[in-house]
Design a protein around this ligand. Structure first.
Ligand code: ZN
Length: 212
């Protein structure tokens, strides 16, 4: 199934800010950009053809090497009605290089800097954690950090409402509330999903919670 076909199955997709800030009922379509991808505009164009605007989360850490390079593209998306948010990787960044200066306090300081940096470029009101398994994770950091920028795992915590293409799975279920996490860099050149797909009905609650 390609992205356009998959998208046509949904009629209530929206941006995170619509649900988390404005209280709209809908399913958030969230894109985590974990590395450079040339598929951003193509994905956005298809969404717009379906009348959808989505939320794009970007990592400002220079070692991921795409923020400055793709800033123009994200600016254009924002001007077309998409939402740009922070994909939080402050724990890793605060400990570079090689885990020097490792502490929760440093991670909190780093997140403050990352928020200030992205707010200079975009109208950011939501953020979500990049999922790397460190002893103290980005999700832990977001639980500890008070900000006017709302974090996904604080807003949606404890709800079984995540659909994702992580590990090659993508749900096509439509009846639940919640959000979808999609990684455009995992789509193949023809914008098809990876082959190993399972539906939401075949996942246990435990698996759902592990996915992002
Ligand atoms: Zn990520």
């Amino acid at each position: 199934m390609n992205y356009s076909e998959w998208l046509s199955q949904w009629d209530n997709l929206c941006r995170a800010r619509d649900v988390m800030i404005d209280g709209k009922q809908g399913i958030v379509l969230r894109h985590d950009i974990d590395s450079f991808t040339d598929r951003v505009k193509r994905v956005a164009n298809i969404e717009e053809a379906h009348g959808v605007r989505s939320s794009w989360y970007v990592i400002v850490d220079p070692s991921y090497r795409y923020y400055e390079r793709q800033k123009k593209v994200f600016k254009e998306l924002e001007s077309r009605g998409h939402e740009i948010g922070l994909h939080v990787n402050s724990v890793e960044l605060s400990h570079a290089p090689r885990w020097k200066g490792r502490s929760k306090e440093n991670a909190v300081l780093q997140l403050g800097k990352d928020i200030a940096k992205i707010k200079k470029d975009f109208d950011v009101v939501t953020m979500c954690a990049h999922g790397i398994d460190w002893p103290y994770t980005n999700k832990d950091l977001l639980r500890d950090f008070d900000s006017e920028i709302i974090a996904f795992n604080r807003f949606f915590d404890d709800r079984d409402c995540i659909f994702t293409d992580s590990r090659g799975w993508m749900s096509t279920a439509q009846k639940k509330e919640g959000y979808i996490v999609m990684h455009p860099q995992t789509l193949d050149k023809r914008l098809r999903f990876p082959n190993k797909r399972r539906t939401i009905e075949s996942l246990s609650d435990k698996e759902l919670k592990r996915l992002v």
